[in-house]
Each structure stands twice: as structure tokens, then as C-alpha cells.
Write a protein that binds this ligand. Structure first.
Ligand code: AMP
Ligand code: MG
Length: 486
């Protein structure tokens, strides 16, 4: 027997208009593509459970998980700057909240399990390609210590799903303490439903923000905390070279998690204006725009919560965004070069990022190699120097860096160990995901998905047998295009 999950379906209990009852639409011939052992543990499930025939039935949506009450959530959102009054889970089904033996609650969501009242013109489905991308990246982000939704499994099906062409359909199961979005609140604000807005904010406070609930102004404290988490999240994305691609307010998590992996990308060669989403013609969500967009999105949330806020609370909360971001980013970047955050470090970093951009140096590999920097006066640091076309400019920077290290009595070996804890060796480069996708699609070989998942769950550890996975992208990777089509 498959061990039943301990469901408590509090979001479903909110009922209409927050949550609409739905049932998954069955798919033909579902099969397991990948199961994440780390996420199984979050639900107190075992590998043996995952091998049972019921597993594939439950997580394809073909059979209802005992105790679950599937719903689709209502939300709205600003998409590319424009307000869209009704979005909602168009292809995601929230099965309920499963509580594990350690007392942690995980909302379990099937993405791609069929139409809902919010599907609009869509088919309610997801394709294997994008399900693999979501599954791998959410686990890679978790491995990097960046707040994110998690992924339990991918189930494939013989149901063809049409995008630009027929593709293989799939269902990916995601986990998060809550999938509430900024857009969940915007929906009620723009409808003028103050009571509904309050109910939802009280729900969030009661279950996810117990500390803020006790504050003198709970709604102000809630906004303040979301500002803080979002600022920190943006700093983490920037430090690791991650672009989300579609930072619409419906894709912004109230809990400060990375949410909705579509056309995201990790940067290879450093390019501040990097646009990972092929559909983002104007670069609204370009890499270097992300911190500002985070602030813009928070202003939308503040606006949505304004009927509940005391005078000036929104302004006060929003004003903390820039300093929290700047401080978090300064700390993270300073750690990447093995120094404390101060004015000299900031200056070194500014010069370095300019150099990396000018020379289109691989972002991940540069910082990883920098861990091996030799700070003695006559060192050449050839492995780093070789990454630059303009070696004279690198030498000038390296001389300043070495002097700063020596002035602070930084021991090379000690610094290296610390830097290797924060500068990943392995990130989910686009071409790595693409190889896993092609093997799955063309050969029904899912081994690469699991290899990548396992590798990226420990991105800072040397894993010599996977050295090739740290390499810069091959030439063919230039032609990979990722768009909103998923
Ligand atoms: P996304 O760009 O994936 O964040 O999706 C934006 C909105 O479109 C959300 O409300 C989704 O639920 C909805 N959506 C995206 N793809 C589909 C689809 N294939 N079928 C139904 N709804 C979809
Ligand atoms: Mg979305």
C-alpha cells in the first residue's frame, strides 16, 4: 500500500472565489520520467512508494490522492507591465497541503493536469521539455541555497501536446509551503473586494507569517517582510547569475520563493543586459533589470494591500527595499571574492564586473577559479588570466586584488575553502538542460535528468567525474531559444 499523505486542505477550505474545485483530466499511458528522492523525503515517501503503480496514477492526475481536494487558485497580475484581471491556475491543480512527520506543511501541486476554470484559451497542459526545465532548475536553485519551490516528479504521457509542433505531454509535481503570489492579492484589490482581500491576507498571516501577525500593524509587517524576502531573493539571483525571464507579478511568490520556471537562464559569459526569454523583445526582464523589477512588483503588492494598510505603511515598507537589496548583494558579492563588504571591495567588484562584461568571461567559472588565486606579489595566476582577452587589464585588476588580500592578511588556502562554499562549480547551464531534454525526447532516456539533478544538488562540491559539466557551452548552444511557450 502507498503510504497516505496527511492532507490538511486549508487553502481549499477558503472556497470560492479563492479556490475552485477541479478534477484532473486523465491522460493516456502515464509513465515515470523522474522522481526526486530529496523531495520524496519532504513528504515522508520512500523510493519504494515511488515504484508502486499507484504513484504514477496519483501524480499524473489519473487517480485522486486519498485526502486531497484539488482546487485551482484565482489570481491576477501585471504581465509585462500591464494589469490582467483574471489569470489563476490555468494548468496547475493544488491537491492540498500535506503535513510531514516533522510538522512541515507542503502544498502539492500538479502542473499540466488539465483544464481549470482559469485556462482561458489554453489546454491546461505542459510539455515534457518545460517540465524537465522546471524540475531541474527548482532543485538546482535549492542546491544553491536560494529559496524556491521544489519538484517531486515528472510523469510523461502519450498525450500529444501541441505548441509550435506536437510535443510529448508531461505533468510535473511541485511543492511549496504556499503558492500564494503577489497577483493573488491584486485580484481582489482591483475587483474592489476589500473583505476578500482581508480574508486572504489574514490567511497568509495565520499560516505563513506568525511573527508578523503579532505585530501592532500586521498587514504593514506582512508587506515589510515580503519586501525583505524579495530584496534578498533578488540579491541571490544576481549573485549567482540567474535570470528568471518572466517576472510578472503572478510569478512572484508571497513567501519570497523563486516561482514558475519558464524561459529562465543561468548566464554563461557575463553580460549585464542578458535576456533569457526569447519573447521579451524589449528586455523588460533582462538580467540587470531584475532588482528594479523586484521593486516595481513590490509596489504592485503594496498597492493591492493598500486598503488594509495604515497611512504611510506602504511607503515605509517599500523604502526598505533598496537598502536591503544593496546590503544583501554587497555581502554576497564580497563573499564571492573572499573579502568583507566595504568600500574598497565594492570598488574592486565594480571594476571586476566591468572587465568580465568587456571580455565576456564565463561568470560561474571565473568566480570558481578565483578561489585558486595566488596573492603573492609575483604570481601570474595563469588559469584566470587565460579567461581574458585583455590580459593587461586583468593584470592591473589582479595586482589591486592581491594587494587588498595581503593588506587584510587573507590566507590563500583559508580563503579558497570559504570561496568554494559560495561559488558553485556547477550551474544548470542552458545546454545541460537541453541535452537532458533531447535524450528524454528522442531516446526516452531519462538518466541524464537524474544525473543532473544529483550533480546540481551539491553544486559547490568538486565532482571530478562530472568535470565536463562545468565547461563553457559548446557552439551549438548558441542556437537554443527559450520562450514563454511551455
Ligand atoms: P505563465 O507564463 O506560465 O506564468 O502563465 C501565465 C498564465 O497563463 C497562468 O495563469 C497560467 O496558468 C496560464 N497558462 C499558461 N499556459 C497554459 C496552458 N497551456 N493552459 C492553460 N493555462 C495556461
Ligand atoms: Mg505563472
Amino acid at each position: 500500500m502507498f503510504k497516505p499523505l496527511d492532507f490538511d486542505n486549508r487553502y481549499a477550505r477558503l472556497g470560492e472565489p479563492y479556490a475552485s474545485r477541479v478534477t484532473a483530466t486523465p491522460v493516456p499511458a502515464p509513465y515515470v520520467v523522474s522522481v526526486n528522492p530529496d523531495a520524496l523525503e519532504l513528504l515522508d515517501l520512500t523510493q519504494e512508494d515511488a515504484r508502486r503503480p499507484e504513484f504514477v496514477e496519483y501524480f499524473s492526475g489519473n487517480r485522486a490522492l486519498p485526502g486531497s481536494e484539488p482546487v485551482a487558485a484565482l489570481y491576477a497580475g501585471h504581465q509585462f507591465g500591464h494589469y490582467v484581471p483574471q489569470l489563476g491556475d490555468g494548468r496547475a491543480l493544488l491537491l492540498g497541503e500535506a503535513r510531514n512527520g516533522r510538522g512541515n506543511g507542503w502544498e502539492v501541486q500538479l502542473k499540466g493536469a488539465g483544464k481549470t476554470p482559469y485556462s482561458r484559451g489554453g489546454d491546461g497542459r505542459a510539455v515534457l521539455r518545460s517540465s524537465i526545465r522546471e524540475y531541474l532548475c527548482s532543485e538546482a536553485m535549492h542546491g544553491l541555497g536560494i529559496p524556491t519551490t521544489r519538484a517531486l516528479c515528472i510523469i510523461g504521457t502519450d498525450l500529444p501536446v501541441y505548441r509550435e509542433e506536437d510535443e510529448t505531454g508531461a505533468i510535473v509535481t511541485r511543492l511549496a509551503p504556499s503558492f500564494l503570489r503577489f497577483g493573488s492579492f491584486e485580484a481582489f484589490f482591483y475587483r474592489g473586494q476589500r473583505e476578500a482581500l482581508k480574508t486572504l491576507a489574514d490567511f497568509a498571516l495565520a499560516h505563513y507569517f506568525p511573527e508578523q501577525r503579532e505585530a501592532p500593524d500586521p498587514y504593514g509587517a506582512l508587506l515589510q517582510e515580503v519586501v525583505r524576502r524579495t530584496a534578498r531573493l533578488m540579491a541571490q539571483w544576481q549573485a549567482v547569475g540567474f535570470s528568471h525571464g518572466v517576472m510578472n507579478t503572478d510569478n512572484m511568490s508571497l513567501l519570497g520563493l523563486t516561482l514558475d520556471y519558464g524561459p529562465y537562464g543561468f548566464m554563461d559569459a557575463f553580460d549585464p543586459g542578458y535576456i533569457c526569454n526569447h519573447s521579451d523583445s524589449y528586455g523588460r526582464y533582462a538580467f540587470d533589470q531584475q532588482p528594479d523589477i523586484g521593486g516595481w512588483n513590490l509596489a504592485c503588492l503594496a498597492q493591492a494591500l493598500s486598503p488594509l494598510l495604515e497611512a504611510d505603511a506602504a511607503q515605509a515598507a517599500l523604502q526598505t527595499y533598496a537598502p536591503v537589496f544593496t546590503d544583501a548583494y554587497a555581502q554576497l558579492m564580497a563573499a564571492k571574492i573572499g573579502l568583507d563588504a566595504d568600500a574598497e571591495t565594492a570598488d574592486l567588484l565594480a571594476g571586476l564586473l566591468r572587465l568580465l562584461a568587456q571580455n565576456r568571461v564565463d561568470y560561474t567559472n571565473f568566480f570558481r577559479r578565483l578561489g585558486g588565486f595566488d596573492s603573492s606579489p609575483d604570481a601570474r595566476n595563469a588559469p584566470l588570466r587565460d579567461l581574458f582577452l585583455d590580459r593587461t587589464a586583468f593584470d592591473a585588476w589582479a595586482t589591486r586584488y592581491a594587494a587588498a588580500l595581503r593588506a587584510r592578511h587573507s590566507a590563500d588556502a583559508v580563503r579558497r575553502a570559504a570561496m568554494n562554499q559560495v561559488n558553485p562549480k556547477y550551474v544548470l547551464r542552458n545546454h545541460l538542460a537541453e541535452i537532458a531534454i533531447r535524450k528524454a525526447r528522442d531516446e526516452r532516456d531519462y538518466g541524464e535528468i537524474e544525473r543532473l539533478r544529483a550533480l546540481l544538488s551539491r553544486p559547490c562540491d568538486e565532482q571530478p567525474q562530472f568535470e565536463a559539466y562545468a565547461a563553457e557551452p559548446p557552439d551549438w548552444a548558441q542556437h537554443i531559444e527559450v520562450s514563454c511557450s511551455s
